[in-house]
Write a protein that binds this ligand. Structure first.
Ligand SMILES: O=C(O)C(=O)C[C@]1(C(=O)O)C=C[C@@H](O)C=C1
Length: 105
């Protein structure tokens, strides 16, 4: 990270990083969508043990980068709970499609 000489330079760097972060979040979202199709019920979608495991991993990664593990944990809890909500909706829609489709009877 370089030291900036103006707020414009700071914001240009934030914008540059946001483009990368959003692209990575979009790729992450595609994998989360795939995860939903491997799950049987809402409990499996929530996967609380996996959430705690990944929180521990991102806390470690934050520390390795000289970051603040508490801030990163807070950000990730927001990301994962948003994905869980989306995954639950996807799962409900798929379950409804399967029960309503006569070919599945
Ligand atoms: O790993 C999974 O099972 C996922 O569905 C992905 C993910 C995530 O965003 O990382 C989302 C929902 C689960 O609560 C756990 C993790």
């Amino acid at each position: 990270m370089k030291s900036c000489g103006s707020i414009e330079e700071v914001r240009a760097n934030i914008d540059r990083l946001d483009r990368e972060i959003v692209a990575l979040l979009c790729e992450r979202h595609l994998y989360v969508n795939q995860a939903a199709s491997f799950k049987k019920d809402a409990e499996a979608v929530k996967a609380p043990q996996r959430v705690e495991q990944l929180i521990n991993k991102v806390r470690t990664t934050a520390a390795e980068h000289g970051g603040d593990p508490d801030v990163i944990e807070q950000i990730y809890r927001g990301i994962v709970s948003t994905f869980i909500e989306h995954e639950l909706r996807l799962h409900r829609e798929r379950t409804r499609e399967q029960t309503c489709n006569p070919e599945n009877e």
